[in-house]
Design a protein around this ligand. Structure first.
Ligand SMILES: [Zn+2]
Length: 193
C-alpha cells in the first residue's frame, strides 16, 4: 500500500477525532486537508520553519491549524479566497516549498470524491460515512504536488501607527484615514441603540 497509515504522526482515528473536536464534525475537506498537509510537510521537510498559503476559505485552513504551528492569527498562514483546494508550504527563509492540490483528474477513480468536489450531489444524497470511506481509501492518490517558490503573500504584515477615531473613540490604524472604517461609511453593521 503506497499510502502511509497516519497523518503527521497521528493515527487516522486520532486525526478524525481531533477534527470533530475542533471543526465540529468530520468534514470531508478537513480530512483531505490532513493528507495534503502530511504530504506537503514530507516534501518540504517537517523540521524546517515553514509558512503556508492556503487557496480557499473552506475547511483547508483548519487542517493546517490542526497539524502545523501555522495559524491565521499568528500570520504564518495566509488564506486566499480563491476557492481552490490547494496549499503551498514553504520554508520561511528561502521561500522554496511545495504546492499540493486536490487533482480533479485523479478523483475520477473515486466517483464519490469527484461528485463532492464538483458539488454535483446534494449533501443528503451522499452519506458522510460513504464519502469518508472513499477519502480514506484514496489518501494521497487524489493529490498532486509540485515544487514552488513563493513570490507573494509572504512575510509579516507591518503593523502601523494607531490613533483614536474622533467619532467612535475606538482605536484604529492611522493609515486608514481621518476616521475608522466604520465611521467612514465602510462598516458592516448598524448600531442599534
Ligand atoms: Zn470610528
Amino acid at each position: 500500500m503506497k499510502n502511509k497509515s497516519g497523518i503527521c504522526g497521528r493515527s487516522i482515528e486520532d486525526f478524525l477525532e481531533i477534527i470533530e473536536g475542533f471543526h465540529g464534525w468530520k468534514a470531508p475537506g478537513v480530512v483531505i486537508g490532513g493528507f495534503m498537509v502530511d504530504l506537503a510537510r514530507e516534501l518540504v521537510g517537517p523540521h524546517l520553519e515553514s509558512d503556508v498559503v492556503v487557496e480557499t476559505f473552506h475547511c483547508l485552513p483548519d487542517a493546517v491549524q490542526l497539524l502545523t504551528p501555522c495559524t491565521f492569527g499568528n500570520g504564518w498562514m495566509k488564506v486566499l479566497d480563491w476557492d481552490k483546494y490547494a496549499l503551498s508550504l514553504y520554508e520561511k527563509k528561502t521561500l522554496l516549498g511545495a504546492r499540493v492540490w486536490l487533482d480533479l483528474e485523479k478523483t475520477c477513480l473515486f466517483p464519490h470524491i469527484f461528485d463532492w468536489y464538483m458539488r454535483r450531489v446534494p449533501k443528503k444524497a451522499l452519506p458522510l460515512d460513504v464519502l469518508l470511506d472513499s477519502i480514506l481509501a484514496a489518501g494521497r492518490d487524489i493529490l498532486s504536488h509540485a515544487p514552488v517558490r513563493v513570490t507573494q503573500y509572504y512575510g509579516k504584515k507591518q503593523k502601523g501607527r494607531i490613533s483614536v477615531c474622533p467619532k467612535c473613540r475606538e482605536a484604529y490604524p492611522v493609515n486608514q484615514g481621518s476616521q475608522c472604517q466604520a465611521c467612514g461609511g465602510r462598516g458592516y453593521y448598524d448600531r442599534l441603540n
